[in-house]
Every structure is written in structure tokens, then in C-alpha cells.
Design a protein around this ligand. Sequence first.
Ligand code: NAP
Ligand code: FE
Length: 387
Amino acid sequence: MLFFVFCDRILSKGMISMNSAFSFYMPVNILSGEDVLNQNKSIFSELGKKCLIVTGKTSAKKSGALDDIINLFNELNIEYETYDKITENPLTVDCYNGGKLARDTSADFVVGIGGGSPLDAAKAVCVYATNKHIIDDDIYTASVENSPLPLVLIGTTSGTGSEVSGVSVLTRKDGRKQSIGGKNYYAKYVIADAKYTYSMPFGVTVSTALDALCHAVESMFSPRADFLSKEFSLLSAKMIYPLLCKMRYTKESPNEEERNTLYFASLYAGFALNKGGTGFPHGMGYALTEDFGVPHGLACAVFLPQYLKETEKANPELYNELMGAMNTDFELLNDLFSDFCSFGFNISDEQISSYVDRWATLKNFKNSPTDFNNEDAGKLVKNLFQK
Ligand code: NAP
Ligand code: FE
């Protein structure tokens, strides 16, 4: 289906250009479609006889995914333990304890259920489980000597695209978020069923949709993006933007069809992210989550309008293509983002200068299309967060 979307887009542009070169590495088997879990029972039997389910406090239950997995395991005679200690912005120590539990219970594989937090945590649990020498924050530096446990992911939000990325974002002992990634952080299978997102509250739906849109846009202008990843970015942005506009005006959660659109758009943005990575909105957004508890999607989205101004300077043609795909212009988009991202706190000069120092080595600036740097970022924060 996607192939035809691309062919259609290329033909409608009237040419297949020499710029169509791409490379694509994403070693994840994504399963979707009607009753996808029950249609693919055999993968679980093949993975083993004992499973550790890694999840947060409520999402696995509210979404219905936990019941579905437990029923399946009972039918297949697969033993399981449930580790539900994963919080938002998961801590390395909780992931380490999950890994230890997987070892102690001789789990053959892990199933991660939830939004980006439990999914990212489940990736780390698989690494800790088979690498006894890695403890807590060592995960950022120690070598992974043994292959991680095989992992199945079931997403319950439509934002991070963690299902398809080789990235895990964890919170270190010092309270700072840091991502880790590479070939050891990919799931083996993804059960992609948007019905598990239907229970998301309105606020989480908005924040995660903004996150996915940031992934699509930031990865699109990354120096690492290529022909194919840009197509995924455009497709995703085109799917998400109108639904964000609708949510803004109705203040109501999307219907089931719209939730399906949001969920698959978040995976397409994940494909693009996997190639291009994120720009400065994501790098800067972590600080708002750490210090002010702003949900991840909103924390990144507040910086996206400035990012778009930079992209217009750097690559006006691609910028226009993106705006055309979303059928919008800067003023409309800025208005939408300002409405969703209006926070009631100020950030002091002292705090801003500590961010400026910290961001001096932030790689996300280099992965953005202009020379916007940590000093500029400090001015932007002052502009947005000082009344
Ligand atoms: P989340 O932190 O996983 O979940 C946010 C909240 O929504 C939690 O309270 C969660 O409950 C609840 N929730 C999730 N699904 C639900 C459902 N279907 N029904 C009812 N409640 C539900 O949110 P997220 O935005 O998906 O993930 C954010 C994390 O992902 C951040 O740590 C971010 O840095 C990371 N991230 C990772 C990547 C990547 O490539 N790996 C990319 C972007 C962001 P529970 O607490 O019970 O789970
Ligand atoms: Fe994100």
C-alpha cells in the first residue's frame, strides 16, 4: 500500500529524480491488520515458554492489551510475570530491576506494553537481563556483551514510534533524560493495533500527536534524511496535522478511525525518525520535562515553530512541500502550537544560563538545518518563558 502511495507521489511530481537514493535499516517485524494478536499467536510460542511483561501502572490494563496477552498466554501455556513499575520518563534503576527480574524468573522473552515510557523501558530491560555486568547508568557506557532477550512491543499511545525505533530514552540517576540506541534496542516484533490507543485521555492524545508531528518534521530536515525518510515524514505530517486542528476546535478525542490514522502516522514518523533523528526541539524539550514536568510531546512542540523558521531559511523548497502537505502556513501552525503549548510558569535567567551551558554540547543542534546554537536557544527560552 505504502509503495503505491510513494509511486503516486513520485509520478504526480512528474519525474523520478536522481535524488531518490536511500538506505533503510529497521530490523523489526511489524504485524498489523484485523485481530493481529490472535492471527500471529505462533510468534509467542516460538519465542519460548516464559515471558516477562513490562508495563506502566495503568495503560496496559486500560487499553485492554494486558488482558489480551494474558488470555493468549493461558491458551498457549506460556508462563508470565508482570513488572508494572515503569513510570513516565522511565528510570534506569527501574529498568535494571526489571532486567534482574527477567533473569531471576528465567524469562525467555519480554513483552513491552504501553506508551513510549514502558516501550523504551522494555528495550533496556532486555539488555540488562542478559548482561549482568550492566548496572543502572552503566547502560550508557558499558558494552553489550550478550544479545538482549527477544522483545515484542505493543504500543498504547500514538506518538513516540518507539515500537519501530532502535532508541530508548531513559532518565539517569541525576534526573536527566538521555537516549541510548543501536542494534541492541530494536524489538523483534511489533503488534501494531490502534485499538489499544482508544483509551488514551484527550491530553495524552494531543501531546503524543504533537510528538509524532515533531518527529516527522525534525527528521525531515535532518542532514541524515534521505528520499525515503522524507516521504515518510510528509505522509505522517499530512495525516496528523488536520486531526490536531480538529482536536483544537472540538476539544474532543478523535473517533476510532481517526485514532487509527494517528497511530499509523506515529509509526511512519518513527520510520523517518529512525533515519534522520531529532533536531533541537527534542534536545531542548527534555529540560522542560525534567524541571517542570511538561509531557514530552508538548515540551518538544513548543520549540517547533522556531525550528520551522530555521528550516524555511535553510531549505525553502522542502519547507514549502511540508506546508503544502499539511495544507497550512506558518501563522496557522504557530497559532495551533501556541494554543496547545501555553504553560503557566516562568524560567529564571539563572536557569536559562544553566541550560545554555548544558546545551553547548547538544548534538541535536548539529542535526538541525541551520547554525541555530545553544546561545540562540537561550534567547528563545527567554522569549517564550519570561512574561
Ligand atoms: P507515556 O509516558 O508512555 O505515557 C503517558 C501517560 O499516558 C501515562 O500516564 C500512561 O499510563 C498513559 N497511557 C498510555 N497509554 C494509555 C492508554 N491507551 N490509555 C490510558 N492511558 C494511557 O507517553 P508517551 O508520550 O507515549 O512516551 C513518552 C516517553 O517516550 C518519554 O520518555 C520520551 O522521552 C520517550 N520517547 C521515546 C522515543 C523513541 O524513539 N524511543 C521517541 C520519542 C519519545 P501508564 O503510566 O500507566 O503507562
Ligand atoms: Fe519524541
